[in-house]
Design a protein around this ligand. Sequence first.
Ligand code: ATP
Ligand code: MG
Length: 437
Amino acid sequence: MVEKSRVQRNERLTAVKGMNDILAPDSANWEWLEDKVRTVMARYAYRNIRTPIVEPTALFVRSLGEVTDIVEKEMYSFEDRLNGEALTLRPECTAGVVRAVVEHSMLYEGGKRLYYMGPMFRHERPQRGRYRQFHQVGAEVLGFPGAEVDAEIILLAGALWRELGLDDVRLELNSLGQPVERLAHRKALISHFELNEQLLDSDARRRLHSNPLRILDTKNPAMTAVVESAPRLMDFLGEASLAHFRSLTAILDANDIAFTVNPRLVRGMDYYNLTVFEFVTDRLGSQGTICGGGRYDYLVEQIGGKPAPAVGWALGVERVLELLLEQGHGPRPLVPDVYAVIPDRDSLPFALKTLQALRALGVSVQMHAASGEGMGSMKAQFKKADASAAQFALVFGVEEVSRGEVIVKSLRDGRGEQTTRPVSELSAWAQTLQSNS
Ligand code: ATP
Ligand code: MG
């Protein structure tokens, strides 16, 4: 039950800390980005998947790994009040996608290319580029083992940066090899960190024996030296893993995709093997990773499916939009083509019918709506028209309306040029409008 004592009447309620309202005009940037995502995903034949925001807690514990930042301290978990089920707001979407793929036997007829967009939830300290509700776009390819799909999914991300007009994004690559190779590396890693235990912070000490690889992922600058001198996973890889990595880099080279190999790139979840990668920028301060991903060939099986290889990435929408703003070439603001000035209530039926016809032709129209009894003075209405940044005002004066006409007044050319036209000619006028924009 909701605790009544905590819900004071008339008290102003605010959004949960770290969870943001996305308001106009900013929301137009979001729609713009989402449109670009759909365009690029279609070009690569990726299909949309929409999974629930709430999943069983066990799904994330099992897939991300118990000794990870997300599972240890970032999940919004709760008990279903009605049946006691342990549930969690999704902190990421790969686990949910894999669950859905297994649950609906989606790999029965072969591999699948999927993408999603939506909110994720992590209890982190809110700061620039880090929120408690944030949004990801993700791509997942399931059922194909070859490096060519690792390459495809990286090329897809690159195509998205181009489509969005993002530059200054670097690609960092690494290979985590296979579990047996990681085991040998793990031993060497533990010895190295044990020898240097005095240089480790408390987080690292705690993970020394449970998840030493994750220590490489530290954001603590005091540990840079001990991490940089650590044994490199790449040196422990066998021929098959190295061959996979070489196939990937050969395709990237052929496509002029620049990358650097970062031996300390390990990513925050346990499910990765072989290829891991991040797209990074220096322009967003310490939250510079805009997209991360990799291969996760064992996750499908771990979630109860027939073994199937997979690879994917997720990008942070807030960080991508912030980078776009930083670069000063984000989307153009949305403005209506037309603002309808309606001086008299009696003109409303005729005006609204005319506006409907224009909208049906694809013209974007904002109608003046009264804020009181009357329609408001012409002066007040034109002020609103200017504020809307519309190209034209259509003025439905009583006289004109009685003759089946409307005044078309330009708001943008500075001269305020105006003509009176029969509404029957508006569709021809609207066509010139479309070709101008
Ligand atoms: P970080 O190292 O910055 O915490 P991460 O490794 O936890 O990132 P992933 O789980 O790989 O991030 O998620 C993919 C992308 O989602 C990140 O590269 C980032 O752009 C974005 N992201 C992750 N957590 C947040 C958050 N709390 N707020 C905003 N964006 C986030
Ligand atoms: Mg994180």
